[in-house]
Design a binder for this molecule. Structure first.
Ligand code: ADP
Ligand code: MG
Length: 397
């Protein structure tokens, strides 16, 4: 559609593929600016669908739904990283501005492609992916290097929150794990001795303008993000510079427009490696909802509408604590009941966010709390207090 006037101003319609909590915040950020939003998601109770002007209840390859979306929206983004590449390409053919494009999304969707891409970037940015081997057939299984043990076998596609991963200590366990994962294409990664984990969220506009959001230090429990601390307590100037270069290299090499997250590991020997890329805003950036003038979702909206990016400099130290469905289950009876929000609302610097998910499940992300304080240490004290109230357990206490 060559007759679209850019940037798109409100009340234009923007579209989002996927209706989870990330999509919900995209809708809120867009609506705050006066845009209207159409969500495509097959789930009738999707968090984003509940609040959008229009919710298309259809699969991601439903041509009628995609056609309708293309008629309504001049620009469409994604929040769900497993949107089929064909969906994005179909919308582009209909004249819609889609950001990010399928080239970038398909790399981030597949750990094998992602690691090959990161190896190409390595010469430009000086750091690379975790040591790995592709396990997609029996021969690759037999020839795997002993140095990758102990390792983590990860499915190449559709893994999230630690799902689709198995720890393996030797070739026999690897064989068994690959069978358990259904003999699908996998990568075997060496299990590294992590000192800490960092993530960088970066936004890029269609005009190549970039903005790196504050780097977060993240603690995972059982493969799921538990909490994020910003400013990252262990971030040195040297790490900051390396991450700055890596984030800019990766987003430009992917020709990526929108908001992208890159997860990093810092090893006990001080070295930095790239873990993975998420082609969307990220859970570790949820603190920006309360700690930055422009949150990560508004940056997604701005880049999609081809507006200038906003400023996401940190206004205050913050800790983000994830809330999983686990705390809805009574420890004694296992009955489902509501957590004790009263005491959380009584904490004046705790900002509670719930995603509108009807059914709590173990390990399901239901919401998060941002703790705003004068220092990360103070925010951690408040987070610990909230964890005690809510019965959130951490292996690190
Ligand atoms: P997901 O796609 O589920 O986020 P990740 O590959 O990021 O999967 O793994 C989730 C978490 O598991 C990481 O944040 C890290 O804590 C741990 N982990 C993953 N891979 C490794 C590894 N090779 N060595 C050590 N820890 C790892
Ligand atoms: Mg991850």
């Amino acid at each position: 559609m060559s007759n679209i006037a850019w940037p798109l101003y409100p009340p234009a319609y923007l579209g989002i593929l996927g209706g989870g909590q990330l999509g919900r915040y995209f809708v809120q950020a867009a609506q705050d600016l006066g845009y209207q939003v159409c969500v495509l998601d097959p789930d009738p109770n999707s968090p984003a669908g509940q609040i959008a002007q229009e919710h298309l209840l259809a699969q991601y390859d439903d041509e009628d739904a995609l056609h309708h979306m293309a008629q309504l929206c001049d620009a469409i983004s994604t929040e769900f990283e497993n949107v089929p590449a064909n969906t994005i390409d179909y919308l582009i053919k209909q004249g819609v501005f889609v950001a990010p494009k399928s080239f970038a999304v398909s790399i981030a969707q597949n750990r094998i492609k992602e690691k090959e891409f990161l190896k190409i970037c390595q010469s430009l940015m000086g750091i690379g992916p975790v040591d790995y081997a592709v396990i997609a057939n029996d021969d690759q299984l037999k020839t795997v290097q002993e140095s990758l043990f102990p390792g983590i076998l990860k499915t190449a596609q559709l893994g999230y929150d630690g799902k689709g991963q198995q720890r393996v200590h030797n070739i026999n366990e690897l064989k068994q794990a690959w069978k358990t994962l259904g003999k699908v294409s996998c990568v075997l990664e060496k299990k590294l001795d992590l000192a800490f984990e960092l993530s960088a969220i970066i936004a890029r506009g269609d005009n190549d303008e970039t903005h790196l959001l504050p780097i977060a230090q993240n603690i995972h429990e059982n493969g799921i993000l538990h909490l994020s601390m910003v400013p990252a307590p262990n971030l040195t100037k040297e790490l900051q510079e390396k991450i700055h270069l890596a984030a800019h290299t990766i987003i430009r090499q992917l020709e990526y427009v929108g908001v992208l997250c890159i997860e990093f590991f810092v090893l006990k020997d001080g070295s930095l490696v790239v873990n993975e890329i998420a082609p969307r805003p990220h859970n570790s950036g949820h603190h920006t909802l309360d700690s930055c003038l422009t949150n990560q979702f508004e940056q997604q909206v701005r880049s999609l509408a081809k507006l200038p990016l906003g400023n996401s400099g940190l206004l205050s130290p913050v800790v983000m604590l994830n809330i999983l469905g686990d705390i809805w289950f009574d420890k004694n009876t296992n009955d489902i009941r509501s957590p004790d929000w009263e005491k959380i609302f009584a904490m004046p610097y705790a900002k509670l966010h719930l995603y509108g998910k009807a059914e709590p499940k173990i390990g399901r992300k239901m919401g998060h709390i941002n703790f705003i304080a004068d220092s990360v240490d103070q925010a951690l004290v408040d987070a610990k207090h909230a964890m005690d109230i809510l019965g959130i357990l951490s292996s690190r206490q």
